[in-house]
Design a binder for this molecule. Structure first.
Ligand code: COA
Ligand code: ZN
Length: 302
């Protein structure tokens, strides 16, 4: 089996969407430059959602028109509905991610749709993306626990994942939106999915709210998963999920993978400067568990 693990950076979307400080397009581009300079080449750059619901993501069409296309990176965008998909297509987006939450209440709060409506709309968007030659990805959000409805049965995650694959999804991202997963729950959810599918078509998205994100990554690796979302400096949260704090920090993920001999194409020390540059843009204190140690290894530039 390949020793390469894809690290998909979600800071410019999941990270920024919950920040009190709204970054300008120029600042969002500077953030993406910092990520590219660190060797990150898979980036969720923004979302095409209502600017009233998520003002931090207003202007994503302009952002996409100004992304550096000469940097050998792939950029994706989250789309919540048909309107978002069409806006993304007009902006030339080549990879979209829909968000299907595992519960009724979370879909209502997040995208104002019932679970049934959200499943149908996400399936339609996956089909549209396939027809249009656009990479189609589906998040299964609150896949372990919902802040409103509590623990999620692995059978629900299996059913929703299958629905998305049947609609043509290239990848399904199992997302622990509020950081409530633990390694055993990760194993129980992943073991229901076909092993070949886990290796090629499943990605995991963990938040580090309860300090278990890396343990969850390790379990997912053992189950064959080879792609993970993370956010630089642990920036993140979801404005519609009470208690959702930082994402798994990219530097923690890359350092652990690198130490274990997995290849990511990213040099852990190069992430120190990226954290510092993004911290200067967002104004808050950033850095995962390993950040201070990485800084002391000489990655610091300030
Ligand atoms: N992008 C921009 N505007 C959109 C839109 C989109 N994808 N979808 C709908 N709108 C606009 C409509 O045009 C309408 O605008 P108007 O009031 O100026 O006419 C307004 O939003 C309401 O439209 P409606 O279809 O009734 O949407 P809604 O109020 O049911 O909201 C969402 C649905 C999905 C747009 C909204 O809930 C949303 O953006 N949620 C954000 C989800 C998110 O980013 N969560 C975090 C990541 S998981
Ligand atoms: Zn998230």
């Amino acid at each position: 089996m390949s020793d390469f693990v894809i690290v998909n950076e979600v800071g410019p979307r999941d990270g920024l969407q919950s920040q009190g400080r709204i970054l300008s397009i120029e600042e969002r581009l500077l953030m993406i430059d910092a990520l590219l300079d660190a060797g990150i080449c898979s980036i969720e750059a923004g979302s095409f959602v209502s600017p009233r619901a998520v003002p931090q993501m207003a202007g994503t069409a302009e952002l996409f028109s100004r992304l550096p296309l000469d940097r050998a990176a792939t950029y994706s965008a989250l789309v919540p509905n048909l309107r978002g998909y069409e806006r993304a297509r007009e902006a030339g987006v080549q990879s979209v991610a829909v968000v299907l939450s595992a519960t009724e209440t979370m879909n209502q709060r997040n995208i104002n749709m019932s679970l049934e409506q959200a499943t149908a709309v996400c399936a339609e968007l996956m089909q549209r993306a396939c027809q249009d030659g656009v990479q189609a990805r589906a998040y299964i959000a609150v896949a372990f626990e919902c802040p409103f409805e509590g623990p999620i049965s692995p059978a629900v995650v299996e059913y929703l994942s299958q629905s998305m694959f049947e609609a043509g999804a290239d990848k399904v991202i199992i997302a622990d939106t509020i950081g409530a997963a633990n390694p055993r729950a990760v194993g129980q959810a992943l073991e229901r999915l076909d092993p070949a599918c886990r290796a090629r078509q499943i990605s995991c998205h963990f938040h580090d709210t309860r300090g278990m994100a890396l343990a969850n990554v390790l379990k997912a690796l053992d189950c064959g998963v080879r792609e993970f979302d993370s956010s630089i400096g642990g920036l993140g949260g979801c404005p519609f999920s009470p208690g959702a704090t930082g994402n798994l920090a990219t530097e923690d993920l890359v350092l652990m993978l690198d130490s274990m001999g997995w290849r990511t194409g990213i040099e852990p020390l190069a992430l120190v400067e990226a954290v510092q540059r993004v911290q200067a843009l967002t104004g808050g204190t950033l850095g995962g568990h390993s950040f201070r140690w990485l800084e002391r290894q000489g990655g610091a530039h300030v």
